[in-house]
Design a protein around this ligand. Structure first.
Ligand code: DLZ
Length: 162
């Protein structure tokens, strides 16, 4: 789908001094950790490279993707927070867990963003296989963590421009 058209690590975002004041929260699911931790690390490197201060990065873990919306909401309640990046990976299994988790997370993340008027980014891979996830967590299709981090900064630029 989208990753056939765009490598997830490609970015056209210029470093800017406006980034220095922003606080970014990351909430990361510990399920499929080889994938989510690679996405987290790529997102953190990208944000630091673009000029977000180390002390303005707030990283927290939740057990699984289903818990990302509430984790994001806890972070959104912190007054200093400007944007939140949620990171997870759901791999299709033999049960219907996949559909319930993906639907609940996408819906919940949308709700938190609208409720707090804040970018809450859906950095969640929903794949059929582990290999497809690896391809998007630093493999041949790039890293979804970078795409999610870039989206957070672009949404904050939009907020400040408007
Ligand atoms: C239960 C479950 C399953 C089957 N698969 C995944 C998955 O692929 N990715 C993920 O992030 N979490 C999974 N989980 C865990 C749920 O998100 C949640 O943590 C549990 O249902 C809580 O009991």
């Amino acid at each position: 789908m989208a990753s056939n058209l765009k490598n997830l690590s490609e970015t056209n975002l210029e470093k800017s001094s406006q980034f220095k004041k922003w606080h970014i929260g990351l909430v990361v699911a510990d399920w499929n950790p080889s994938i989510t931790h690679a996405m987290r690390d790529a997102a953190l490197s990208f944000l630091k490279e673009k000029g977000i201060k180390n002390s303005h990065l707030h990283v927290h873990a939740v057990p699984g993707t289903f818990e990302l919306p509430l984790g994001a909401q806890y972070l959104a309640l912190q007054e200093k927070m400007d944007a939140i990046i949620s990171i997870g990976c759901v791999i299709q299994g033999e049960t219907r867990h996949f559909d319930f988790i993906c639907d609940a997370c996408a819906h919940g993340i949308t709700q938190v963003g609208l409720k707090f008027n804040m970018p809450v980014i859906f950095g969640v891979l929903t794949t059929q296989t582990l290999e497809q996830a690896q391809d998007r967590a630093g493999g041949k299709h790039g890293n979804k963590g970078i795409e999610a981090a870039e989206t957070a900064l672009k949404m904050l630029q939009l907020r400040d421009a408007i």
